[in-house]
Design a protein around this ligand. Structure first.
Ligand SMILES: Cc1cc2nc3c(=O)[nH]c(=O)nc-3n(C[C@H](O)[C@H](O)[C@H](O)COP(=O)(O)OP(=O)(O)OC[C@H]3O[C@@H](n4cnc5c(N)ncnc54)[C@H](O)[C@@H]3O)c2cc1C
Length: 441
């Protein structure tokens, strides 16, 4: 084959561009790469704003320092080269639907220096999977004073600030060895807030083990603030009350029916002029899709910027543009609510979307997505997990813990296959038994 025929055939290949290599997007790129990409039936291109992937449900553990984000991250270039797809570093800025081009922002380094100018990628099918960010509902002071657990960078920032407070306390204790306090407030008691509270409680005990004992774990006051009348409001009452009992046992203050009205440098203000002292403040109440999607290219979006999609995961106004995961809103026929923004939804959608895109390529009728709720599990530290399976069966303890841990392993199997996941599990076991159980740098 001559050079010119080679170029012609690759130019005529169907181009599937996936934006966002998160829980859903990376699984989809890997599936399509290993099938359509490997067989030369389509060119698969993944675009992400960062160079590495970390599974988002691990972020509360990264923030608490109970896992090391460097050990659990995956490099997109390396993964793409092994799985027959192409990776581009870039942040989506817009879509030109007429010319079918995805427009990327200029690429800059940490100092703002431009590495690459604004550029665009041609697509035949475009998949948007850029996840969600926290929704602070415009609460005064939230942006300036809270940390949000939306990305690995933010979780790393929390971990450093948390560690710095212990280092500060240790330095102060040289002059004045009196008991020192640490106040932490978490706004929003959904799964993220509850799991973070439990993880921080666990980390506070671990600091003492490593000699950072100027702050006694008993003096670490963690307050979890929720506007609804119970924590985990979208889960069953049983899960909510079991988790509440466990958090109270951990000495975590659980405040419900409390609306946060403002965040200050050293406190959280609630309805009724109540001020809760807090040095570290984390916002974990509600989500929205990234602002870039608001009114993007005339596509239909809802009030939290999510792209509205049909059962084929196609956007309502453009058959060539698909969306899934947290940034999409799909309401099954006859249902009152859209499917929830969860990793298990992104995973199930990725599996079906791979089939949908293959059918599209073959000119066959498109399969449709239906959500099968496998339940929700909430991790309350190393040994405790509560929740329900298949939406009904309440579980807790060791069995629930194993089910919870298996969610991450299933994500790894989707990316690396069974053998490599086994090797990774073995590596994790070794490093957990040989290294520190808390990240101290
Ligand atoms: C602390 C925490 C704990 C959680 N625990 C659970 C749990 O136990 N179980 C569960 O089911 N769910 C859990 N979730 C929710 C779960 O993480 C999300 O539902 C899931 O990650 C959504 O997958 P996604 O592919 O839609 O988006 P994400 O996994 O968020 O990935 C989005 C990707 O898009 C990239 N991106 C963003 N904007 C752009 C842009 N403009 N251009 C290019 N790339 C972009 C990001 O870098 C990222 O890689 C948790 C979430 C958090 C924060």
């Amino acid at each position: 084959m001559t050079q010119s025929t080679k170029t012609k055939s690759s130019n005529s290949q169907h181009r599937i561009v996936i934006v966002g290599g998160g829980a859903g997007g990376l699984e989809l790129a890997t599936r399509l790469g290993k099938s359509l990409g490997k067989q030369g039936k389509a060119k698969i291109i993944l675009v992400d704003a960062t160079l590495t992937h970390i599974w988002k449900p691990l972020l509360h553990e990264v923030a608490a320092g109970t896992i090391n984000s460097f050990e659990d991250e995956l490099n997109y270039f390396a993964h793409a080269s092994k799985n027959y797809f192409e990776f581009h570093l870039g942040r989506m800025k817009d879509i030109n639907r007429v010319d079918k081009r995805l427009i990327l922002e200029p690429l800059t380094d940490e100092t703002g220096h431009e590495i690459a100018p604004e550029r665009s990628l041609r697509y035949d099918s475009l998949v948007i999977a850029i996840g969600s960010t926290s929704n602070d509902f415009g609460t005064p002071g939230a942006k300036e004073n809270c940390i949000f657990l939306d990305s690995r960078a933010q979780a790393d920032r929390f971990q450093r600030e948390f560690l710095n407070l212990y280092l500060q306390a240790q330095a102060r204790a040289i002059e004045n060895p009196s008991p020192q306090d640490l106040n932490i407030a978490i706004i929003g008691a959904g799964a993220t807030g509850v799991e973070l509270a439990a993880e921080l409680h666990h980390a506070a005990h671990e600091f003492t083990r490593y000699g950072l004992n100027s702050i006694d774990p008993g003096n670490v006051r963690i307050t979890l603030i929720e506007a609804a009348d119970r924590i985990l409001p979208v889960l069953s009452k049983h899960t909510s009350s079991t988790a509440t009992d466990q958090l109270v046992d951990f000495n975590i203050q659980v405040l419900t029916s409390r609306r946060v009205t403002a965040i200050h440098k050293d406190s959280v203000e609630c309805d009724g002029d109540i001020f809760i002292p807090a040095t570290l403040k984390v916002w974990s109440a509600g989500i929205k899709a990234p602002d870039v999607l608001k009114d993007i290219a005339g596509l239909e979006t809802n009030r939290i910027n999510q792209l509205v999609v049909r059962a084929t995961l196609q956007t309502t106004r453009d058959d060539s543009i698909f969306a899934f995961g947290d940034c999409a809103s799909f309401t099954p026929e006859g249902a009152e609510r859209a499917v929830p923004p969860r990793a298990q939804v992104a995973n199930q959608e990725a599996i079906v979307l791979a089939k949908i895109l293959k059918a599209k390529l073959q000119g066959k009728p498109l399969p449709t997505f239906s959500f099968s709720d496998k339940g929700s599990l909430i991790s309350l530290g190393e040994t405790n997990t509560v929740g329900n399976l298949i939406g009904k069966i309440n579980v807790q303890g060791f069995f629930a813990r194993i089910m919870y841990l298996s969610l991450y392993r299933l994500h790894q199997v989707a990316l690396h296959g069974v053998f490599k996941t086994g090797v990774l599990m073995f590596k994790d076991l070794l490093s957990r038994n040989s290294g520190p159980t808390l990240k101290l740098h």
